[in-house]
Design a protein around this ligand. Sequence first.
Ligand SMILES: Nc1ncnc2c1ncn2[C@@H]1O[C@H](COP(=O)(O)OP(=O)(O)OP(=O)(O)O)[C@@H](O)[C@H]1O
Ligand SMILES: [Mg+2]
Length: 234
Amino acid sequence: MTTTVAVAARGLRRQFPLEGGGIVTALDGVDLQINAGEIVAIVGRSGAGKSTLLNLIGAIDRGYDGELTVFGQELRRLNERQLARFRNRQIGFVFQSFNLLPGLTVGDNVMLPASFGAEMPDSMVRTRAHHLLDEVGLGDRFNQPPMQLSGGERQRVAIARALLLEPPLLVCDEPTGSLDTATADQILQLFQDIRQKRGTTLVLVTHDPAVAKSADRLVRLERGRIVGTTLEAP
Ligand SMILES: Nc1ncnc2c1ncn2[C@@H]1O[C@H](COP(=O)(O)OP(=O)(O)OP(=O)(O)O)[C@@H](O)[C@H]1O
Ligand SMILES: [Mg+2]
């Protein structure tokens, strides 16, 4: 069986200008390959560059130097419109802060990715949204506004939304940060199931040892550099 490379970074660098002068180097020469179907946990202290790396892999930010391909596509070569399309088709993103739209119901938030030109009939979108909300334990919340949900419930809505279009790459920033152990375990099981079913690649940032343990591989970042990668979580 040939291995498909999902993410390949070489000499990946991300710098941000500081107001009033100076530059922060958030990523400083990252080399990383993630194969399709792998579950990789990215760990490291606050400020190490984890979210910065995720935003690049998730095709949200393309202000990098070096090389970064996702499913063979060099992201910097895409214009904003192409990047948005690529993201919509290939990537499910769960943000550290969830990013639910307060003016939409839970169900409409979950169905949102389908409103950017997806080729899925409306009825199928709706069925999938209901099914996903069931899977994250919120089947009865479809018509509720997200403001009425707890933090952990919002997090699970964000996860359901990221899965709507069955993206081959799922990128999650602290996906269980607001969940209790039992609910977090359910989400981890859901991730394992979709990987099993569809060969989904998963890249997760986490501070949670249980999440790190469920990954195939752990990548440790320190001050913008990879300082260790293990085949097994400790
Ligand atoms: N848009 C930005 N402008 C300026 N500096 C930034 C920007 N984004 C990130 N940084 C800086 O880059 C470094 C890495 O930030 P990043 O958000 O990637 O850390 P993190 O590892 O995700 O931390 P945390 O665990 O706290 O979420 C930090 O020093 C941060 O201040
Ligand atoms: Mg972060």
